[in-house]
Ligand binder design. Structure first.
Ligand SMILES: NC(=O)c1ccc[n+]([C@@H]2O[C@H](COP(=O)([O-])OP(=O)(O)OC[C@H]3O[C@@H](n4cnc5c(N)ncnc54)[C@H](OP(=O)(O)O)[C@@H]3O)[C@@H](O)[C@H]2O)c1
Length: 330
């Protein structure tokens, strides 16, 4: 009989999460029935959106309920199967949750060929890479020679956005926190990097983007969005991918106070969800794989270890400790 260790929600957190917001439980799993598979979790994808699912605000997916296992994407291995779609030993991708094992009817799980290390597949070829691909190319629609600014640029989504923008011949400015992140972005070939923690971002953006900004790929919202809006060009596209500065904040969200810049510049601000692109996922994976193999996209994975570290690993996204894709190996 398999044992499962899992984290369930005990109370809704305020600010950063704490172990005490959750309960860590060990349980015996029943034998699988016809049509079911037993999955052993190998890697969790740690994503900012999980912090939003811990609130009781309605979102694009329902909030995680008290006593429910914490929802999380990830990769696991089928270790027993009574479902004809899956064989023992196969790697699968889907919502595995903060737990070591789960029983599923297989719906929502996709078989994954093991062509690359799992953390890389969860990064550039995973949902954040696909978000970067469609967010920039479909919503941002970059043209050669345009200036693209990316916030959260050393993160999973941002680092891929910035490098695709380079591939498309754009002048790319990345905004990230700290020397190490900025140094890596220079290695990735960005034209300019702004350390928003060490400089006054509004001043730096004005200094570096003297010819204005055509696309802003926003991962963080708040003061940086406001800073960029002061410098946009006519017909600029503001791609609203995320607003991480708000997700774990205990204060009221900040700004932007200068939305009139959109009017003056006939600019467009548009939010999007990667989930709307799942049917076109293969197109993105094909293109991203090619760039990855050709060395045109550099990548980093920050792999923490241990089921017991789920809450603290989630916090790394909000304290800026991760470089590249945050992963937890179970
Ligand atoms: N629309 C969609 O479908 C979709 C899909 C995936 C992700 N997203 C969004 O994309 C964004 C990035 O997600 P990711 O998974 O790639 O995470 P990530 O960028 O790898 O990690 C989060 C980063 O955000 C930065 N950050 C944290 N708090 C901040 C603050 N107060 N101000 C400015 N920056 C802050 C930190 O970098 P620094 O050290 O540089 O501050 C941190 O490393 C998130 O907003 C997420 O919700 C949206």
């Amino acid at each position: 009989m398999a044992k499962n260790q899992k984290w369930i929600l005990k109370e809704r957190p305020t600010g950063l999460v704490d172990d005490s917001n959750f309960l860590f439980i060990e349980e015996d799993l029943p034998e699988i029935k016809d049509g079911e598979i037993l999955i052993q979790t190998e890697y969790l994808s740690v994503d900012p959106t999980q912090r939003m699912w811990l609130t009781d605000m309605p979102g694009y997916l329902p909030p995680i309920q008290i006593d429910e296992v914490i929802r999380s994407g990830g990769m696991g291995r089928v270790i027993a199967s009574k479902n004809e779609r899956f064989n023992e030993g196969e790697l699968v991708n889907g919502f595995v949750g903060w737990q070591t094992h789960l029983i599923s009817d297989g719906k929502g799980f996709r078989k994954v060929p093991e062509l690359l290390p799992i953390p890389t597949m969860l990064n550039v070829l995973g949902l954040t890479g696909i978000t970067a691909y469609f967010g920039l190319l479909d919503i941002g629609q970059p043209k050669e020679g345009e200036t693209v600014v990316v916030s959260g640029a050393a993160g999973a989504t941002g680092s891929v956005v910035a490098q695709i923008a380079k591939i498309k011949g754009c002048n790319v400015i990345g905004i990230a926190g700290g020397e190490e992140k900025c140094g890596w972005l220079e290695e990735c070939g960005l034209d300019h990097v702004i350390d928003y923690k060490a400089t006054k971002a509004t001043k730096e953006i004005r200094r570096i983007a003297q010819n204005g900004i055509d696309i802003y790929f926003d991962n963080v919202g708040g003061p940086l969005l406001e800073a960029v809006l002061y410098q946009i060009n006519q017909k600029a596209r503001i791609v609203i991918c995320g607003a991480i500065s708000n997700y774990a904040s205990t204060d009221l969200p900040v700004g932007p106070r200068n939305l009139s810049s959109l009017i003056i510049n006939r600019a467009r601000m548009e939010g999007f969800l990667v989930l709307d692109y799942l049917e076109r996922m293969d197109e993105a994976i094909q293109e991203l794989s090619k760039w990855l193999m050709d060395g045109k996209i550099l990548h980093k994975e920050d792999v923490q270890e241990g089921i017991e570290n789920c809450p603290s690993t989630l916090n790394r996204l909000f304290t800026g400790q991760n470089i590249g894709k945050q992963i937890l190996k179970i």
